[in-house]
Every structure is written in structure tokens, then in C-alpha cells.
Design a protein around this ligand. Structure first.
Ligand SMILES: [Zn+2]
Ligand SMILES: [Zn+2]
Length: 259
């Protein structure tokens, strides 16, 4: 709640400040030129060259970008033998160079002001034609953040996925439901191999106890939001709970970046 108030106050304040002072590049913090200020992603042209948007061809299941010529859609070797509980995953940018730095500053450097920039970096993923029909519907997608364990949230001060959901919701008028809880304080996924990651996650997520939220989940078309998708193990376990226990209709994973 506190974060939400601060966020709203933050975006109003930001708009006012923008009138008085020129904005700075989210990457190098240098001043943004006139032509650059209007851009959706607030970075200078030098930093823009360090961004790599994910465009087709990419894996139709996990969103893994593919270099080279191929048919419009395909399934990568990583997904060929796997069945995910989510329908598919989409990401705005590749998780390297600048995007990686921004995510790191946002999450571990507590630079919450980068949330709007990261939301803009996530946004191109929403151009995927598979998302269009539900996006254009009156109620649209239901945004569900991948949860943090409350101890980790206390350490970090906020849940980056929930902040991204709220930033997106402010622009799209979609609802946010914090429908999942992380009930186990697990080791950092990044330090584990694939088998370890799956083991580490089993039973780590539960549905919210909030009745209103549970009702909202039934038959819902969900965008499960996180900052980055690596192996897909976390998103997969969340999607399983949303589907099997929450009775969600569709679960599509949306992230800022794909590693
Ligand atoms: Zn820059
Ligand atoms: Zn794949």
C-alpha cells in the first residue's frame, strides 16, 4: 500500500518535474535530447544501441530468441520435450547488457524509479498477435505478479513483479490480482542447475487466501508477470497453481526480459 501511494505520488511528481527539468537517460543518466524525450523508452541513442528487442523468429512456447532465418514460429530444442503449465511466454527484450544492468539496479539497488522504464521495455512483448483478442476485450487480461516470499520482500523493500504489474495496469486499465503467495523461502534459483531449480520450487507457491481474488481467478485469462524468464521453472510452477488450483483459463507469461 505504502509503495502504491508512493508510486502514484511518484508518477505525478515525475510529470511535474518533467516540465521543469529535462529528463535523464535511464541508462547513463546523461541528459536526453529533445528528440529522445518523446520516446517510449527513456534512453539516449547511445544506450538505445545496447538494447535488443525480441522480434520474430522466437520459440512459440518459451519466447527464446532465435538468430537467423527460419519459419515464423518454431519450438526451440529446450521446449521440444517439455510440457509447460503456461500457454506460452513472451518477453520484450533480451536480458543482456543494458537491460541486465537496469534490472539489477531496480531489484538490488532499490532504484524503484526505473520501474516505468522497465515497463516500457516489457511493452513490445504485448504486440504479439496472440495476445490481441483478449487485450481488446473490455476486461482485458488479469495481471498476476510472480510473488516473493515475505522475508525476501522485506529484504528488498518491494516485489519487482508487483510493481511492474501496477505500472502496466495504470496504462491499460487491466486489473492486478496478487493471487499467489510464496510459502517457502527458497535458495536463489540462479545458483541452481535445471534439476535443482525444479526440486527447489515444488510446493513453493500457494493461492491467496483472499476469497474475492479466488473468485476473480476462476476462468480468468492471466498474464503472469515477472522481471526475467530464465528456464521458465518459476513461471511454470506458478502457472500450475493458477490452473490446477485457481481454475484459471489461460496463463501467458510476460516478462521484461528473456535470458
Ligand atoms: Zn544513455
Ligand atoms: Zn522454447
Amino acid at each position: 500500500m505504502q509503495w502504491m501511494v508512493r508510486n502514484i505520488a511518484g508518477s505525478v511528481g515525475e510529470a511535474l518535474l518533467g516540465l521543469l527539468y529535462p529528463r535523464v537517460c535511464a541508462g547513463c543518466e546523461g541528459p536526453l535530447g529533445g528528440g529522445e524525450q518523446g520516446g517510449e523508452i527513456p534512453v539516449c541513442s547511445t544506450c538505445r544501441d545496447r538494447l535488443e528487442r525480441i522480434t520474430p523468429p522466437f520459440c512459440e512456447r518459451c519466447g527464446e530468441a532465435f538468430d537467423g532465418e527460419t519459419v515464423e514460429t518454431f519450438r526451440c530444442s529446450n521446449c521440444a520435450d517439455r510440457d509447460f503449465h503456461f500457454d506460452y511466454a513472451v518477453a520484450g527484450h533480451r536480458a543482456h547488457t543494458l537491460v541486465r544492468e537496469l534490472l539489477h539496479r531496480f531489484k538490488y539497488g532499490k532504484q524503484i524509479h526505473l520501474c516505468e522504464c522497465l515497463r516500457a521495455l516489457m511493452e513490445p512483448a504485448l504486440d504479439d498477435p496472440r495476445l490481441a483478442a483478449i487485450a481488446q476485450r473490455q476486461d482485458g487480461w488479469l495481471l498476476v505478479p510472480v510473488p516473493l516470499h515475505r522475508r525476501r520482500k522485506r529484504e528488498r523493500g518491494f516485489n519487482q513483479a508487483a510493481e511492474l504489474c501496477r505500472a502496466l495496469a495504470r496504462r491499460r486499465r487491466w486489473k492486478v490480482a496478487e493471487a499467489l503467495r510464496r510459502t517457502r523461502y527458497t535458495a536463489m534459483q540462479a545458483r541452481l542447475d535445471r534439476a535443482g531449480r525444479l526440486e527447489n520450487l515444488s510446493g513453493a507457491f500457494k493461492l491467496s487466501r483472499n476469497r474475492r481474488i479466488l473468485k476473480e481467478l476462476e476462468g480468468a485469462d492471466i498474464l503472469l508477470v515477472d522481471d526475467v524468464l530464465t528456464t521458465g521453472a518459476t513461471a511454470n510452477e506458478c502457472a500450475r497453481v493458477l490452473r490446477e488450483e485457481g481454475k484459471a483459463n489461460k496463463v501467458v507469461v510476460l516478462t521484461v526480459a528473456r535470458r
